[in-house]
Design a protein around this ligand. Structure first.
Ligand code: AQP
Length: 408
């Protein structure tokens, strides 16, 4: 490792199979960057429990995420790899950061809106018969109540005279009314099913990064908004308590955003729309066979539009330029069908991930290699984390040392 000047931090959630979006958007860059910088990578299990999950399965998922990362090329000799919940300072710093994080900034986070919307839909879809109707009825009445609330607020808004004396009771009523409405309008109904932890997710993410005073964060494009919040938290903290935390910068991965096989949402572990980096060849072929392509192309002879086809866009990462040109021309002319295009892609993905699958098999036969790497990673991260928390406690007047130094 060359002498590091800046530190890198990034994480991945143990929420399912690590897929080609995670690999091309983040992990491939992690492997490359750990050759040049002091790099810390984390399996973020505290993040994973912000949505519905199975506690009995979580340890296995944490292990699988670490194993997959190592199979992808994360070398414990060149980087620090550990599990978030093994270093409790992440949660502690989150709480402290909560005190400088404006609620308004959190309400703007699109990932919260998306995930709470998904949670709402999942919760409704899981119910059956009367229970489902009652859930839908609840949504309807919540919507109706919101509209009524809006109407009821009108007289108070009319009564408010910007030039006159502030009326405490009137302002309190407007505040309560607008607060409730804005929450519904900004976040949507999904908020009723989402956890407070999901809402606070970006603050935990800021704590993850800043605990190690990392400046470089290799993550996918989807995380840019969370990094903006991280910068805001660092700035607000520094302004209030002292210059402790650096500014962070995103390092883009090879692919900004890989779309799922449904062609609609981003590829995600928790949505059934991904190809796992450890998927067996047969599984890859099967998943691609039913993947979404250009909807206007019904017969093989129909001229295709590669520019709007998600399968064609994936070729960019797995297929040589010459072959891509051939596929593009054939697709436009209607001489190459989606079946052939998918078959080529499946073959190339299978070949690209073969060494990763083989390394994963080796780690599976020697699981202690993974456990030992995580333990070494925990020891190193804990050391840095406790130093940062000590510094923060001192500034905030918290902890035993601060009490020992209290002013008379
Ligand atoms: N589709 C994607 N394209 C490019 N990059 C992606 N990343 C995730 N999906 C894509 C990047 O992978 C890293 C790890 O992601 P994460 O596990 O922290 O959370 P996520 O972004 O929520 O990933 P998933 O797969 O969508 O997980 P679930 O389903 O649990 O929410 C991040 O750097 C992310 O940018």
């Amino acid at each position: 490792m060359t002498q590091p000047t800046e530190r890198v931090f990034s994480g991945i959630q143990p929420t399912g199979d690590i897929h080609i979006g995670n690999y091309l958007g983040a992990i491939k860059k992690w492997v490359e960057i750990s050759e040049r910088y002091d790099s810390i990578f984390c399996i973020v299990d505290d993040h994973a429990i912000t949505v519905d999950y199975n506690p009995a399965k979580l340890p296995r998922m944490v292990f699988e995420a670490a194993l997959t990362g190592m199979a992808c090329g994360l070398d414990p000799q060149k980087c620090t790899l550990f599990v978030q919940s093994h270093v409790p300072e992440h949660v502690e710093l989150t709480w402290l950061f909560n005190t400088v994080t404006p609620l308004g900034s959190l309400f703007r986070m699109t990932q919260f809106k998306e995930k709470s919307r998904n949670a709402l839909y999942k919760a409704i879809a899981k119910k059956e018969g009367e229970a489902q109707s009652s859930a839908l009825y609840q949504i309807k009445s919540l919507g109706d109540a919101t509209v009524k609330q809006l109407t009821a607020l009108q007289p108070d808004l009319t009564a408010l005279e910007p030039e006159g004396q502030p009326d405490e009771a009137l302002i309190a009523r407007i505040n309560d009314g607008l607060g409730g409405l804005m929450q519904k309008l900004q976040v949507g109904l999904g908020v009723s099913e989402a956890s407070a932890a999901l809402f606070d997710y970006p603050v935990l993410q800021a704590a993850d990064i800043l605990l190690y005073k990392a400046t470089l964060v290799p993550v996918g494009e989807d995380q840019e908004q969370h990094l903006e919040l991280c910068r805001e938290v660092a700035e607000r903290f520094n302004r209030k308590f002292g210059d402790v935390f650096p500014q962070v910068h995103r390092i883009p991965g090879e692919a900004p955003r890989i779309l799922g096989l449904d062609g609609k949402q981003k590829m995600s572990k928790s949505l059934d729309n991904h190809i796992g980096v450890l998927d067996e060849p047969k599984v890859i072929q099967k998943k691609l066979a039913s993947a979404f392509t250009d909807p206007q192309r019904i017969r093989r002879s129909d001229p295709g539009r590669p520019e709007i086809c998600n399968i064609f866009s994936l070729h960019r990462y797995f297929t040589t330029e010459g072959k891509r040109e051939e596929l593009e021309q054939g697709c436009r002319a209607g001489t190459i069908g989606c079946f052939d295009c998918k078959k080529e892609l499946a073959g190339n993905i299978i070949t690209a991930f073969e060494p990763i699958r083989n390394r994963a098999d080796t780690f599976r036969q020697n699981p202690q290699l993974v456990i030992d790497a995580l333990e070494a990673g925990r020891a190193r991260s804990s050391e840095i984390a406790s130093q940062t928390i000590g510094e923060v406690h001192q500034l905030l007047g918290l902890g035993r040392r601060a009490l020992g130094q209290m002013q008379k």
